[in-house]
Design a protein around this ligand. Structure first.
Ligand SMILES: [Cu+2]
Length: 420
């Protein structure tokens, strides 16, 4: 064994110089990270949601607090081309703009009341201090016209929630005051969601020929909306083939709405009460959205096409019409019968003998939509109300409406000679 010799190798640089260099390098790395990381983190933090026919509320940072501004006010909403409704909402729209923040954020809302009556804002489903809950009279004074109130709290959960008034809510909600409040998880989800649509379900009674909803109606609604729009005024929901897609539905109307997708099954992944445990998820094609709650479903968009997405209560995919049309299905109404009925009922028109599919464009009052409408590539779709089209396409470079689906040859139902 050779005895160990003491090392006489001299360092390349002296310890002192090395320490100095190390310190400078560390400072540089930290400075660089401080410059780059916040942008990187901000950009990567979450996939923003899409509010079809709507928008997201901008915020400003003030000493680490996200500040938002909401103005409750009368708004004009075009339900579909040719029909404008005098509604109430926030920041010029119904539903109000979607609020987006991240779990752990401190948020501050300045709420200004420009309505002709007092109001308040309740943050539906959100865990917060009692005095921020927004039930006027119970948790805070009412916000009188032209007053501004401030709400501030820290977000302790993630999920899809809502905001709406808790002050004369029968009128204020019937008039369209509501919006989404999406809290993204602090730790990004795996697998990542590529596209997340939020859609508020609502119902209205607008007397044909008028523009102001009647808030006193309790069951007889005649307009059923996705984000306060009716088909064909609803934007298509455009998705790239293969994307993981999430749809959140919120319901502050008087009825439940069973929302149905064609061509797919989805799984309910969360409510406004929290995530559904994986073991409790099951495939569905319809999600019933009860009054006063949100439902979030998820699927992978692997089937190309133009797929109907609608409420399954058949009256909810029709627009305004009076309900006193007699049921004449299967009843032969000859011209002479029509003339005789007209003697008793002036203005009577024979109609509906073989269904109402051909009655879409019957004479109607001003500012009233046809009861069923919207043209598709093969003719009228004969629906209105809570209806839109999910458009799934391979190779999309933008989420603009890609037009109608071009079916591969031999994949469209076709007419044949009937066999005897
Ligand atoms: Cu419905």
């Amino acid at each position: 064994m050779t005895p160990r010799r003491p090392s006489h190798r001299r360092p390349l640089i002296s310890t002192e110089v090395y320490m100095k260099f190390h310190r400078i390098l560390s400072v540089l790395v930290i400075a660089l990270a401080a410059l780059i990381l916040p942008r990187f983190a901000h950009a990567q933090q979450y996939t923003p949601v899409v509010t079809p026919n709507g928008s997201t509320l901008p915020f400003t940072m003030n000493n680490g607090v996200k500040e938002f501004r909401l103005t409750a006010e009368p708004v004009k909403r075009e339900f579909a081309p040719g029909m404008i409704v005098n509604a109430w909402g926030y920041n010029g729209s119904t539903p109000g703009p979607t609020i987006e923040a991240v779990e752990g954020d401190r948020v501050r809302f300045f709420v200004t009341n420009k309505l002709p009556e007092r109001t308040s804002v309740h943050w539906h489903g959100i865990l917060l201090p009692n005095g921020m809950d927004g039930v006027a009279g119970l948790n805070q004074p009412h916000i009188e016209p032209n007053e501004t109130y401030v709400y501030e709290f820290t977000l302790k959960q993630n999920g899809v929630f809502m905001y709406h008034p808790h002050s004369d809510e029968m009128v204020q909600m019937a008039m369209g005051m509501m919006g989404f409040f999406v809290i993204h998880p602090k730790v990004p989800e795996v697998p990542k969601v590529d596209r997340h649509f939020v859609v508020m379900l609502h119902e209205w009674f607008v007397e044909p020929g008028t523009a102001t909803p009647n808030p006193n109606v309790m069951t007889d609604f005649n307009l059923f909306t996705f984000n306060s729009r009716v088909w064909p005024g609803t934007d298509p929901w455009v998705v790239k083939k293969g994307e993981r897609v999430r749809f959140s539905f919120g319901n502050l109307s008087m009825d439940s709405h069973p929302i149905h997708v064609h061509g797919y099954t989805f799984e309910e992944v969360s409510t406004d009460g929290g995530p559904v445990p994986r073991s409790a998820r099951r495939p569905e094609t319809t999600v019933n959205v009860p009054v006063g709650s949100t439902r979030t479903v998820e699927m992978v968009a692997n089937a190309e096409g133009d797929w109907a997405f609608h409420c399954h209560k058949s009256h909810h995919t029709m627009n305004a019409m009076s309900h006193d049309v007699p049921n004449m299905l299967g009843v032969k109404q000859s011209a002479s019968l029509e003339a005789r009925v007209r003697e008793i009922l002036p203005g009577y028109m024979a109609m509906g003998e073989s269904g109402m599919g051909n009655m879409m464009e019957m004479g109607r009052p001003k500012n009233t939509l046809p009861m069923m409408t919207g043209d598709g590539p093969f003719g009228p779709v004969e629906m209105g109300g809570m209806f839109t089209v999910l458009k799934v396409r391979a190779g999309l470079t933008s989420y603009a409406d890609p037009g109608w689906y071009k079916h591969p040859e031999g994949t469209v139902a076709r007419k044949v000679e009937a066999t005897k």
